[in-house]
Write a protein that binds this ligand. Sequence first.
Ligand code: 73E
Length: 837
Amino acid sequence: VEASVPESQREAWRKFSAKEFKTTEEFEAEVVRHIETTLARSLFNCDEAAAYAGTALALRDRLIIEWNRTQQQQTFADPKRVYYLSLEFLMGRALDNAILNVGMKDVAEKGLAELGFRMEDVISQERDAALGNGGLGRLAACFLDSLATLNYPAWGYALRYRYGIFRQEIVDGYQVEVPDYWLDFNPWEFPRHDVTVDIQFYGSVRKYRDDSGKQISVWENGEIVKAVAYDAPIPGYGTRTTNNLRLWSSKASHGEFDFTKFNAGEYEASVADQQRAETISAVLYPNDSLDRGKELRLKQQYFWCAASLFDIVRRFKKSKKAWKEFPNQVAIQLNDTHPTLAIPELMRILLDLEGLEWDEAWQITQMTFGYTNHTVMPEALEKWSVPLVQHLLPRHLQLIYDINFQFLQFVERSFPKEREMLGRVSIIEESEPKRVRMAYLAVIGSHKVNGVAELHSDLVRTTIFKDFVRIYGPDKFTNVTNGITPRRWLHQANPRLSALIASKLGGHEFLRDLNLLHKIEAYVDDKEFRKEFQAIKFANKKRLADYTKEVQGITVDPHSLFDIQVKRIHEYKRQQLNIFGVIHRYLELKEMSPEDRKKVQPRVSFFGGKAAPGYWMAKMVIHLINQVGKVVNNDKDIGDLLKVVFLEDYNVSKAEIITPASDISEHISTAGTEASGTSNMKFVLNGGLIIGTCDGANIEITREVGEDNIFLFGNLSEDVDDLRHHHFYGDFQLDPSLKRVFDTIRSGTFGDSGPFTGLVDSIVDHGDYYLVSDDFKSYIDTQKLIDEAYKDQDAWLTKTITAVSRMGFFSSDRCIDEYAEMIWNVEPLPPPKENGA
Ligand code: 73E
């Protein structure tokens, strides 16, 4: 390890080395210093935005000290590191999390108050870092929090999108997408203009034999784009470990080519080149669980994989270890197939640049990678057109063919009597044009493949990768059930509940060991505890009601049952089932006598979530929800008995307000379609119950909390295929209550029915792929049960407390320990000491 300052001068460095603030006074001094000097503002023009900026900069200094120490320590110890490659990190806000993780909550709260600000207001000035679509991106963010908290030496690698997921506005009941330019002021990132990588695209491959007769491949004459690193500190909770998230930004590379253009006076062309290069990291693709096969997306994927691998290999080479040590120093996790090009890229580095032989290179590659699958739905499985890959990445296509050739030979030897298997498992799909099946490449190039919940991992083994289980044996395929970080999703989102739990468990240790929650089950009959638990739920509902009034202009009564479904809008998640159920409820209320209405449990149905801009059906679901809301919320007969709210622009920071406020949340995907779901875990951890199908992690949540503490309904995954089959033969009858819902929509009760035709027809005429009609009866019956159960508030409270106490399993800390042990084979590195020793 090189150090740049000679030993004789280090004394001065040590003397002046940055110190951490500890007291409220020191904190205030730092905030004021930043506001006055870094921001050039004063006492007389310090608004909340400036107070946020000053606070963030003060906290940031504090993080940097621990971050530098952690990185230094990791460099010295040189342990095996984990690299989590994810195209999405849905981080949300950083300030609150930073304050919490460094243990400065009281200091910051008091300090800000003394300076004339409320901490809550200051925190809410921050824009979300929304570099993701939904669950997959948020999972990656929870994993970073757990990796740092558990002291694993780990880096995240992603793209620095100029635009994250769009901001959603609702105009006339329709979704409108607005670009989210979030980088205006981002104190959490550090540009590393000295850390750059040249990335090549296009060009051609030249082959020749060297003196020894060995074949050499050279990829040449391509276009070069520069990758520039931007780093963000990831602080662990209650530890000094502060890991790194490295985001790559694309920039034109100023080679000779550009200068000729300048000389020829082609200034505009040169600027255009610059812009084209910058386009690569410009925008996050806003599709969740859908593969659109766009060239720019493939460019993003390669750009990010190549830059990350170069960086990882550069770090490895500093240690001067032999190549066979690579898998003992490096574990790379592929978050879905998006980073699969890292596999042929590592092969290219090892073969073409480092001169290794195929077998050794391949063994290193397989040992290095693990692949996490997040969906078995066909429309989400990435397949890149062979001509496109050929054009953009000619050398990688050759390598993919070589990998495929070796693999198919192996399969042929192992299953000589099953030649038809070869076509089925080939990386290349024989379509027109041919396509590269990225999931197969990911399986073949990794030593472990995992699904994200038990049912999902079973489906992975028995459906999409069935042949591969035979080829490699069952041990290559495993399960790691998803989890969530209790720091953000309990302590930060619900500080009062966290405090109540801490008061009974003698401290906040449960935030580091969530299984300790089981101890609060002992208080399920404790009067004081129950009272406070219930008061907390009510306060959280009140907070959401206030928010709904302020932002949506809709008044809701927090004494109502709060029913919430917030997640990406997708047919398989079945928000349509929910809104049809709401319409059914409305029609029943309408035909009731005033006396009967008095016995009804009042309810508010909250919806939230974004639709992919090109996903028509999802957008019509949003429109229907808004139109139903308009009618129901203004119907004098109904009053507070039913309200329908669409919460605009659902994101991580809004989830922190919404999640603690549910009585019931909906996780109602067609069985076998939702790989895991993670918001289901967040809601239960915050004292809400679930209405859900036997899908994804709902099944394991049921196992943990007990069948009495969850409301399950609907058909099972194993029956879904048969049911679909029946629809095709017209062998099904629409449930009369659902038919009445459709008739009401068609009659124009919720405005022009034109936009909803496709939605209704997909069920009535087009095979009802997601089995809405099959599950409708069971769904509304279960909602009735919920109304009844909610009336017994005592019994309900018992269920919620019991469920919370049994949620320990769903901490992302548990997941990360499982990955570390089963897949990465890495150990924690004890955190640096305060003096940096
Ligand atoms: O069930 C969720 C799961 O909880 C699943 O749909 C989601 O991943 C979550 C975390 O494991 C997911 N996202 C994607 N595929 N599965 C996806 C695919 C392509 C682009 C963006 C997201």
